[in-house]
Design a protein around this ligand. Structure first.
Ligand code: NOJ
Length: 743
């Protein structure tokens, strides 16, 4: 019965979630209403709609500065963030709709990144599931809960491509790959915005951080970005566009510069590309005081100029900077900006308030019963458990150490085994650590002896002896180690991405006991763990899984769930290899370990520790030779167009003893292009469940655009010539078939 209820819940979530999939267009009739309202508004009231302030929930609970309250009353602040829960939101909304002249309701924004109260895996972890339905469901539930707690706007999805694990914010995104990143961006927008804006469980999505924030030089947060337009358009830009094409209604600028101009004042990004090329009809918000920070960037002299640069570039709303509020009127007087620009920005913001239905019912997200029923409901927890176990990646499993047997005596070691506080990870919405299931709790009922061994940080090894004694006394050691949750996320870049403290030493000591050692990693980024990779018996990458951590990990340890996750980001051997990513180009001197004068290091191989797309299963899979139908004969030369898509078939067989799910990945390489092309690029994947001995033939369809790229003249199209199509279980172990596009 419980299961049936859960399945019905999932079916419903998808009926709602999967319909919207086109760029946002104002609903019929909206602009008439917006224009009628605009006609009544004073300049100050219009500027108020472009102003967004935070409340102080994070530090002092549900409180707001008196000055901001007055700003709401006077119409000088039209939007808030970090205010949530029904009672608090209702009170603030009441001020807006009862005490202001025009009764314009407020937007309420919040960073709902991987769950509101029911916390799901960090986004990088969910990306490892390669399960778009699961990711959409996670976003759907996050939005449903957040909208039940008074919120109507979330600062998600974060779609920044990143090839540098030193950057703490890799935990918030989908990893290094553009194609996977695009699919995940779409899934999240669908999940957040639901079937229709205006439903009580749908929120405005905010795609961030536009643009190329994930390419911060040296992985240092907020740092400058520098890259060619070719790389920008090819690797970094597509996920933002995918999110816009999926209907995202708002977009956030980034802190970094692009091509020498800070993103918040960058007209090329915000007007030329976003509005003119893509036809984006939603509104643009800055990141937190990023408008003010343009003074530090050194492209304008003061904050007033920052406002002018931003509005002229295409920014509609100022997050926390108070620049529009303080200076825009004066800028208008001086002719530095126009009334039309201010009207248009206000129009874009008001449109979304109408889309949400806030003018009909400003309290529509303020229903105490709904809040009570939705937050942390059994169905949401069950979904979190399922998404969590799908996000786990099995990195190593020597001698089939996993799954564990019920009869085994387990030494459960490590600082994270009974820890709750770290499990919800960074950017954890309104999640409570106390609601999390620990690994020890997940293993309740098993024969477990638990010893901490060491802390996550510091040099204290006094706990090692007890841990080693417990290990010697057990059949198998399960050791939980990782980063602290706050070691990734915003402003949390690291130069050393090994395990902090003496945790690695503890693991290596445990390995010396000769007992099988299963390492459970909890972290927000790829880690450098070559010693552990070499010495441990089994390794599970579990990221930060959220509320259901312990249950999901126990499901995998016990074999109740057979892991199927695959890495969305390369794991380096050493931080000196960073940035390291799978879709690199060949160079003129491709890697040759025998020859010094090739593109290599003298002290380390080029290969990563674990490549992109890598992950094992308790089953094993055998790939047949892929076969292509080459009915696709014409390249995109401008005159001729491809006749039909290329289809590639591959047989995959489960050669193991248990049923398992494999993520079958398809990569493409254009052998000779007018510009250099990556050695492989992901262009498709399918998840397939196979019983032991079962074989299935999968068909991949490559659409004409899958073979297109920015050619030498920056036009986007395919070129005649040979392409390798590669299929495999990760980005390195692939089987290849060659196809030819003709003139
Ligand atoms: C700064 C972060 O960069 C952004 O991701 C977030 O949405 C805002 N702060 C609001 O919290």
């Amino acid at each position: 019965m419980k299961k049936l209820k859960y399945l019905l819940f999932i079916a419903q979530a998808f009926l709602i979630g999967s319909l919207a999939a086109q760029p946002y267009k104002p609903s019929p009739g909206i602009d008439v209403k917006v224009n009628a309202l605009l006609a009544k508004m004073t300049l100050d009231e219009k500027i108020g709609q472009l102003t967004l302030y935070t409340t102080d929930w994070g530090s002092t609970g549900p409180t707001i500065r008196e000055g901001y309250k007055n700003d709401i009353r006077s119409g000088a602040c039209g939007n808030l963030f970090n205010s949530h829960t029904v009672g608090f939101v209702r009170e603030l909304q009441r001020i807006a709709v009862e005490e202001t002249r025009l009764k314009i309701p407020l937007l309420f924004g919040f960073d709902v990144i991987h769950g509101y109260k029911t916390i799901f895996p960090i986004p990088l972890g969910e990306a490892a599931s390669w399960d778009l339905e699961a990711i959409e469901l996670s976003s759907r539930i996050a939005a449903t809960e957040a909208a039940a707690a008074g919120l109507n706007w979330t600062y998600a999805p974060m779609v920044d491509i990143c090839r540098d694990p030193r950057w703490g914010r890799v935990m918030e995104g989908a990893g290094e790959d553009t194609w996977l990143g695009c699919r995940i961006a779409e899934a999240r927008v669908r999940g957040i915005q639901g079937k229709k804006l205006g439903s009580t469980d749908a929120m405005l999505a905010c795609v961030k951080h536009y643009a190329a924030y994930g390419a911060a030089t040296a992985g240092r947060d907020y740092n400058t970005v520098d890259m060619s337009e070719r790389f920008f358009r090819e690797y970094y830009l597509p996920p933002y566009k995918a999110a816009v094409d999926a209907g995202a209604t708002t977009i956030m600028t980034s802190f970094n510069e692009y091509d020498g101009v800070p993103a918040t004042g960058n007209k090329y990004l915000l007007t030329n590309i976003l509005r003119n090329e893509w036809g984006f009809k939603g509104f643009v918000v800055t990141d937190y005081t990023s408008m003010n920070e343009m003074v530090n960037h050194g492209v304008i002299a003061d904050e007033k100029e920052a406002g002018e640069l931003s509005l002229n570039a295409g920014v509609d709303m100022d997050m926390q900077g108070a620049i529009y509020q303080r200076f825009l009127k004066q800028s208008l007087k001086e002719g530095k900006v126009t009334q039309k620009q201010i009207d248009e920005a206000a129009r874009r913001v008001l449109r979304q308030k109408f889309e949400l239905g806030l003018f009909e019912d400003p309290y529509k997200f303020c229903n105490e019963e709904r809040q009570k029923a939705q937050l942390l409901s059994p169905e949401h927890r069950q979904a979190a458990r399922e998404v969590s176990r799908k996000s786990i990646v099995l990195l190593k499993n020597d001698k089939n150490a996993l799954p564990l047997q019920r009869s085994q005596k387990i030494a459960l070691i490590g600082p994270l085994a009974d820890n709750k506080s770290e499990l919800i990870g960074n950017w954890n919405g309104a999640g409570n650590a106390d609601d999390c299931i620990t690994v020890a709790e997940g293993l309740k009922g098993w024969n477990v002896t638990q010893v901490k061994g060491c802390e996550m940080e510091g040099a204290d090894k006094s706990g090692f002896d007890a841990a080693l004694a417990a290990a010697r006394n057990a059949d198998v050691v399960v050791v939980t180690v990782g980063e602290k949750a706050m070691m990734s996320g915003e402003a949390a870049s690291r130069t050393d991405i090994a395990l902090p403290g003496v945790q690695e030493e503890l693991v290596l000591e445990l390995c010396k006991t000769g007992k099988p050692v299963v390492v459970i990693l909890m972290n927000g980024r790829p880690l450098v763990i070559p010693q552990i990779a070499q010495n441990a018996t089994a390794i599970l990458e579990t990221w930060w899984l959220g509320t259901e951590t312990g249950n999901a990990i126990a499901d995998v340890l016990s074999g109740a769930y057979n892991p199927s996750g695959k890495l969305p980001m390369t794991f380096p051997r050493t931080v000196g290899q960073v940035p390291i990513f799978y879709n690199e180009r060949n160079t003129g001197r491709p890697y040759n370990p025998e020859s010094k004068w090739t593109s290599r290091y003298i002290d380390e191989v080029n290969a990563p520790l674990y490549p992109f797309g890598y992950g094992l299963s308790y089953a094993t899979f055998m790939y047949g030779q892929p076969v292509a139908n080459v009915s696709y004969t014409a390249a995109d030369t401008g005159k001729k167009h491809p006749k039909s898509p290329v289809t590639v078939q591959v047989a995959v067989t489960n050669t193991g003893k248990v049923a398992g799910e494999e993520v079958v990945q398809l990569y493409v390489r254009d052998l000779i292009g007018s510009v250099t092309r990556p050695l492989r690029e992901l262009k498709g994947f399918q998840k397939v469940m196979l019983q032991p001995g079962e074989s299935k033939t999968l068909t991949f369809t490559l659409k004409p655009e899958d073979l297109r790229f920015f050619r030498r003249d920056m036009s986007f199209g395919s070129e005649p010539g040979e392409y390798d199509i590669m299929v495999g279980g990760n980005s390195q172990d692939v089987k290849t078939v060659r196809v030819r596009l003709e003139k």
